[in-house]
Design a protein around this ligand. Structure first.
Ligand code: HEM
Length: 469
């Protein structure tokens, strides 16, 4: 069979299509989904510069991320190299493998030692500030508590508090919402024009980044002089000491990786938790089920190690939040040489987008994909309940749901997220009932991550103990 060429791949490609894509860049997930629905599992994406292709079938996603990942390199690395050149997300090959192994070991230590105590402490602090009858922004609540936890895991106490207090939340969030796959896919010169076009705003973002960087440099200096490893060590101390994680990390890698993890863990966790809180706020039965599970949490952190195993509704709600609102809603790679994908031959340097948003909302894999249905994650779930239409054992199902990516770049923080988010969700609903404020309709905004486009307003009421209800 003769292979079809790039020009044969269906999809929009005229200048008018490019203009329309630019105008819809913060609704880019919707635009990509339409492209996939109208043009199939391999389709052209109308963005200027090197050719761009959207790949939506789980088999192809697995091929790109796992089985043939050696034929794909990072894309958008011009920008990454400018912002965090030594971070895991910007390096490749052996350097990436070595640093990834070190970071994985470090996070594993954090997971077994610090995460329960830190999360429960910070959750209690945040929950104790809430007042009966208040209208709160669930997104702001999620952001503040996730940032406090991220800082406590990453830094020694004093440095963590200082970094959190110095962060301009708005500028930090703008950093994540301002650029997206559209922006990263543009030629570098065009990116510069875009940055210049919004100079004042971008200067504020750069000032925040400089500020956080200065604090990181100071924290690293102080950690090097103090050497604080030990059973309760934080990420920075473990990496500067090096004795437990295969060697001490050099300063330039350390600073870029800490900045990446601070952003990656704070922003993604906050988004996923916020959408879970929001959707649960309109489902009283689900709230009661999560509250029931949360009421089994102990004040002694160590007793909660196995808690999430029995918290099926809490877990299912978080899974559904990751399916319906995947914080990382698209990832992209670049072909390192000509590459055969399906019936097509992609030339070297083609951008290949895989989109969690598109694939997670495909009715072939999830029935009624636009409905928030935690019950689809029950082990016995049927297609009618909204579960995948494939058997869970099928390898394909793994890549119809891939919120944490796959293969050699699979998220290193998944286990941290799982622990942290379930404890937070369970603790929240075990103490509070929440009801959405009418007319408040947050929609996803497709920046680097998927954030709500406005506050998520809900009224909270103290939950009465079961015996009084
Ligand atoms: C809801 C929470 C999270 C989601 C949805 C998420 C999603 C992802 C995805 C999709 C990737 C792969 C990107 C790619 O293939 O290009 C990734 C990588 C990564 N994530 Fe996460 N993440 C989350 C939480 C975290 C946390 C809590 C941390 C740190 C503690 C973290 C640190 C990282 C790092 C460092 C990478 C780069 C790994 C590498 O390139 O080797 N993430 N994440």
């Amino acid at each position: 069979m003769t292979l079809k060429r790039l020009s044969d791949i269906p999809g929009p490609r005229t200048l008018a299509d490019q203009w329309s894509m630019y105008r819809r860049r913060y609704q880019m997930g919707h635009a990509l989904r339409e492209i996939s629905q109208n043009h199939g599992d391999i389709a052209r994406v109308p963005i200027a510069g090197d050719p761009k292709v959207l790949v939506s079938h789980p088999d192809h996603v697995r091929e790109i991320m796992v089985s043939n990942s050696q034929y794909f390199g990072l894309s958008g690395q011009d920008l990454l190299r400018r912002v965090v050149p030594w971070s895991l997300i910007a390096i490749e090959g052996q350097l990436h493998d070595e640093h990834r192994a070190m970071m994985l070991l470090t996070l594993r230590k954090i997971l077994t030692r610090r995460i329960l105590t830190t999360t429960i402490l910070r959750a209690n602090q945040a929950l104790s500030k809430l007042r009966d009858g208040d209208v709160i922004d669930l997104y702001q609540f999620s952001r503040e508590v996730s940032l406090a936890i991220a800082a406590s895991l990453l830094f020694p106490a004093e440095a963590g508090d200082e970094i959190v207090s110095g962060i301009d939340h708005k500028a930090f969030l703008d950093l994540m919402s301002q650029s997206n796959a559209w922006f990263l896919g543009m030629p570098l010169a065009f990116q510069n024009v875009c940055l210049l076009a919004d100079l004042r705003h971008n200067m504020k973002i750069m000032a925040t980044r400089r500020h956080v960087r200065r604090q990181l440099t100071d924290a690293i200096k102080s950690a090097r002089s103090l050497s604080r490893s030990g059973p309760d060590a934080d990420v920075l101390s473990l990496l500067t000491d090096g004795s437990e994680v295969g060697g001490a990390m050099r300063d330039e890698f350390l600073e870029d990786n800490l900045l990446t993890i601070l952003l990656a863990s704070y922003d993604t966790t906050a988004n996923s938790l916020a959408w879970a809180l929001w959707e649960t706020s309109r489902q009283p039965t689900l709230q009661n089920r999560i509250a029931d599970e949360g009421s089994r949490l102990s004040d002694n952190p160590a007793d909660n190690l196995e808690w999430s195993n029995g918290a099926v509704w809490t877990e299912a709600t978080l899974q559904e939040s990751l399916r319906m609102y995947p914080s990382i809603w698209a990832t992209s790679r670049r072909t390192l040489s000509d590459y055969r994908l399906g019936d097509f031959l992609l030339p070297k340097n083609t951008f290949v987008y895989t989109s969690q948003w598109v694939t997670h909302h495909d009715p072939r894999w999830f029935t009624n994909p636009l409905e928030f249905r935690p019950e689809r994650w029950e082990p016995e779930s049927t297609p009618e309940a909204g579960g995948g239409t494939e058997k869970p054992s099928d390898a394909r199902l793994q890549f119809s749901f891939f919120p944490f990516g796959g293969g050699k770049r699979f998220c290193i923080g998944k286990a941290i997220f799982d622990q942290e988010a379930s404890l937070l969700l369970g603790s929240f609903f075990s103490r509070w009932e929440a009801t959405q404020i009418e007319d408040c309709r947050p929609e996803p905004r497709f920046g680097v991550t998927l954030q709500p486009d406005r506050p998520m307003l809900a009224r909270i009421r103290k939950r009465r103990p079961k015996s009084e209800a």
